[in-house]
Structure formats: structure tokens, C-alpha cells
Design a protein around this ligand. Structure first.
Ligand SMILES: [Zn+2]
Length: 215
């Protein structure tokens, strides 16, 4: 009986070790691969025209100024991102009353201007861009150090009257915070899911300009 207990205990320990290895390796590796495809790589929009900080992380220095105009979805989206990342991410005061043309650094909410790849399209209720109703990004929005700094518009709701959800607002903040290409749990399958949060946590737990090997 004593031997059986000992063996059984060993099996339990082995099972626990396997689970620990899964937790410590598999999930972060998925997050790393997602982050490499969506942020470090310069193969896809918006990084396909960016020549600086290739194969390194691109993100904002914190906090990120947001002109949210007290939109409840955007406020809830910022709350959820800060809860998930466990720290203050956004400056909600600095530019909230500033005229758009005086803002050089930050994210500005624009309501009713969301477009898809072919203009206003059913189902497209959010996107990030340099100007409302367009899809291009600001020029030189990434510095050679990997720091994102520019004036971005976060467009919610389209001109057909279709409204963005809080999940869409989080997804679009994900783009504005540095994600490009969609991946599983970020536009592929789900608007946002656990894979999105893992990749966003990984991006913001390292300084801008971090190489893949150091993630
Ligand atoms: Zn998207």
C-alpha cells in the first residue's frame, strides 16, 4: 500500500509538472507567435510600409492620451484593458478637451465614421486610421526606437447606423495600441478572446523595440 501511494504521488507530481510546462511554455509561445505576426513582422498592414523597428516590438510609451468624449463603450473598453493588464494604460484627461487639430499624439474617438476595406460596408463598425472615414495610417507613426507616436482616429459606428459594441471598441484599441494583422481571438474567430489578452499583455510587459528573442 505504501509503495502504491508513493507511485501514485509521483504520477500526480508528474502530471502537475506536465501541466506547469504547458502553462509556462505553450501559452506564452502562442502569444509570442501571435505578437510576432501582428506586430514585430513588417509583412502585413500597417507595418508593411514601415522600415524602422522591423522584427522588434512597436508600442506606445504609457500613458496613451485618449480623447474619448465620455463615450460609455470607450470608457468601458479602457477600464477592461487596464483591468486585464493590471496597470494604468490611458491618460483620459490630457487631450479630452483639446481641439483635434492641436493633437499630435494620442487616440481620438470619431463616431459614425467606421468603414471597411471597400468604404461603408454592412458589419464594419470600427477601424483605426489617420483621418475619419479613411483607412490609411498616419505617416511615420513608429519611431526607430519602436515607439508609436501619432494622432490616430478610433472610428466607431458606421454611416448606415450600425453600432459598435464594447468588444469592437476593445478590438480597435488593440489595433491602435500596436496590433496589425488579425490572429486567433483577435478578429479571427472572435472579435477578442483570451489569445488577444495574452498577446497584449506580452506586448506591454516589455519596452518598445524588444526583439523576439527577448520576449
Ligand atoms: Zn481588426
Amino acid at each position: 500500500m505504501a509503495k502504491w501511494i508513493k507511485v501514485s504521488g509521483l504520477l500526480v507530481l508528474l502530471a502537475a509538472a506536465v501541466l506547469a510546462v504547458n502553462r509556462s511554455l505553450v501559452r506564452p509561445n502562442t502569444a509570442r507567435a501571435d505578437l510576432v505576426a501582428s506586430n514585430l513582422s513588417n509583412r502585413d498592414f500597417p507595418y508593411n510600409g514601415v522600415t524602422v523597428a522591423a522584427n522588434r516590438t512597436k508600442r506606445w510609451d504609457l500613458p496613451i492620451p485618449v480623447k474619448h468624449m465620455n463615450d460609455p463603450r470607450l470608457l468601458a473598453a479602457m477600464d477592461e484593458i487596464e483591468k486585464q493588464l493590471g496597470t494604468v494604460i490611458f491618460d483620459r484627461v490630457g487631450i479630452n478637451g483639446t481641439p483635434d487639430n492641436q493633437i499630435r499624439h494620442g487616440i481620438i474617438l470619431s463616431v459614425g465614421t467606421a468603414v471597411g476595406p471597400k468604404g461603408t460596408q454592412s458589419g464594419f463598425t470600427g477601424h483605426v486610421s489617420a483621418t475619419p472615414s479613411s483607412t490609411g495610417y498616419p505617416p511615420n507613426f513608429v519611431g526607430s526606437n519602436g515607439i508609436i507616436s501619432a494622432r490616430f482616429y478610433l472610428n466607431l459606428d458606421n454611416s448606415n447606423g450600425e453600432l459598435a459594441t464594447e468588444e469592437i471598441a476593445i478590438h480597435e484599441l488593440g489595433h491602435a495600441m500596436g496590433f496589425g494583422k488579425h490572429f486567433r481571438d483577435f478578429g479571427d474567430g472572435r472579435v477578442i478572446g483570451p489569445g488577444f489578452w495574452n498577446a497584449l499583455r506580452l506586448l506591454y510587459s516589455h519596452p518598445p523595440g524588444t526583439a523576439e528573442a527577448n520576449l
